[in-house]
Design a protein around this ligand. Sequence first.
Ligand SMILES: [Zn+2]
Length: 68
Amino acid sequence: MISRVVLADLPCTVGGYCVTNADGEKICVLNSRHSRERNLETFMHELRHRTDFGKNLDVNELERIRHE
Ligand SMILES: [Zn+2]
C-alpha cells in the first residue's frame, strides 16, 4: 500500500512514479509542474501498480500488462 504521496520537480514528460525507501515505505512521487487534475490521473494510474512493488519484472512489460 502507498503510505505517502509527495510532489517533486520532475521533467514535464514524467507524470510520476512509485518507489520504496530504505525503511520499506512505499511512496508515490507526483510532478509538481503538473495540474492537480493531471496528478490525480497519475495517482490513479500509480495505484494500479500497488501490487507491483518488489516484482522483478521488466517495467515496459508491467506497463503493457497494467494498461491493456
Ligand atoms: Zn503504469
